[in-house]
Design a protein around this ligand. Structure first.
Ligand code: CTP
Ligand code: MN
Ligand code: MN
Length: 363
């Protein structure tokens, strides 16, 4: 048996999540994973981003770990599990739970901050601000005199946006997008990405990359598609419209983008509130437009998970002296040089990473 243990391929124990397959749930350590996720989220809500990140690494490592963890010593051999998280695991192995996580879950402040942070366009800073102003529920936040346009929409659409979409719900919306877009541009390529592509049964939103084999067609694609969707009565609100590139960086009102500062790309995009006909529920749909030459990186960059993308960017930068972004792969020479790619697989090949199926990118 020990033999088998030692034969684990070394790529499983790595600081780069993108080098190993990770399923949606751990077959072995899911209970532990869920307790650590609570602590991770609490750190995030507390603005302790660095600390949260170290939990995310540990959680990803545990999700990918191929057997039940049975001892502290065993846990500490895993890259990403240091003293602190090791001690949580020790507690878990002896008591069956982690007291700190249990306390967080039952804390009223955590529950409120958590619900505020689920409002579209709201990050931990705004959530905390609302809490400090004495608001304790979504209804009270709506009376805040300083709401941005997107925050107001986020609050109004809160109940709808909280409702998860089944894969069938998503298929319904995809069919509409497909029909609508193809009436204008029959040769468009419409690719669902995000959690849906990673095989999640229920999704909070739908992310879609739209491209076209003719490079110049994408110039007006976003405008044309959005117009058509509005005309047809599907698109109710634009939550974001444009490019989340450097030129929008100063738009401080948008926590939406600042919370994604390391995943900014300069692809055209529209984050929409979309009416699903069969349920009349307002759904969150992220439309991303990619010129054909950037289609492979756009699909790879928007499939996620966030942790997978983060590790991919880090790996490219630190191990390959390259930059990976949804709008392209670049060589970090001066001046920066674009590396042309024709498929998602080719990006893995160039980076020297084994192919990871989308369903295995759930770190
Ligand atoms: N992403 C991005 N830029 C953004 C927002 C998201 O590049 N401004 C990427 C994220 O890195 C993620 C993917 O697009 O990998 C999908 O983002 P999101 O919809 O937020 O997450 P999902 O993994 O789809 O999870 P969920 O089911 O909650 O939507
Ligand atoms: Mn998504
Ligand atoms: Mn999204």
């Amino acid at each position: 048996l020990d033999m088998e243990f030692d034969l684990d391929p070394s790529f499983i124990n790595t600081k780069y999540e993108c080098l190993r397959p990770t399923t949606l749930e751990s077959k072995y350590n899911q209970c532990l994973v869920e307790l650590l996720e609570v602590i991770e989220h609490a750190r995030e809500l507390n603005g302790e981003e660095r600390n949260a990140l170290s939990y995310r690494h540990a959680i990803a490592a545990l999700k990918a770990y191929p057997r039940n963890i049975e001892s502290y010593v065993e846990a500490r051999k895993i890259i990403g599990i240091g003293l602190k998280i090791g001690n949580h695991i020790k507690e878990f192995l002896t008591t069956g739970t982690i007291l700190e996580a249990e306390e967080i879950i039952t804390s009223e402040k955590y529950q409120i901050l958590d619900s505020f942070s689920r409002v579209y366009g709201v990050g931990y800073k705004t959530a905390l601000k609302w809490y400090q102003r004495g608001y304790r529920c979504i209804r009270e936040c709506m009376k805040d005199p300083y709401l941005t346009h997107v925050q107001r929409l986020g609050l109004e659409l809160f109940d709808d946006f909280q409702k998860k979409m089944s894969r069938q719900d998503i298929q319904e919306i995809l069919d509409i997008l497909d029909k609508t877009i193809k009436t204008i541009y029959p040769d468009c390529i419409i690719t669902p990405v995000g959690g849906y592509r990673r095989g999640k049964e229920f999704n909070g939103d739908l992310d879609v990359v739209v491209s076209h084999p003719q490079e110049t067609v994408t110039n007006n694609l976003l405008k044309d598609v959005v117009e058509k969707l509005i005309d047809n009565g599907y698109l109710k609100h634009k939550l974001f419209y444009g490019q989340s590139s450097a030129k929008n960086k100063k738009d401080a009102s948008s926590e939406l983008l600042s919370s994604h500062k390391n995943v900014m790309d300069n692809l055209d995009k529209c984050f929409c509130a979309f009416i699903q006909p069969s349920t009349q529920i307002c759904r969150q749909v992220d439309l991303i437009i990619a010129p054909y030459s950037q289609y492979p990186t756009a699909v790879l960059g928007w499939t996620g998970s966030k942790q997978f993308e983060r590790s991919l960017r880090n790996y490219a930068k630190k191990e390959r002296k390259m930059t990976f972004a949804s709008h392209g792969l670049f060589l970090n020479v001066i001046p920066r040089r674009r590396v042309c790619v024709t498929s998602e697989r080719e990006v893995f090949d160039i980076l020297g990473i084994s192919w990871v199926e989308p369903e295995m990118r759930n770190c």
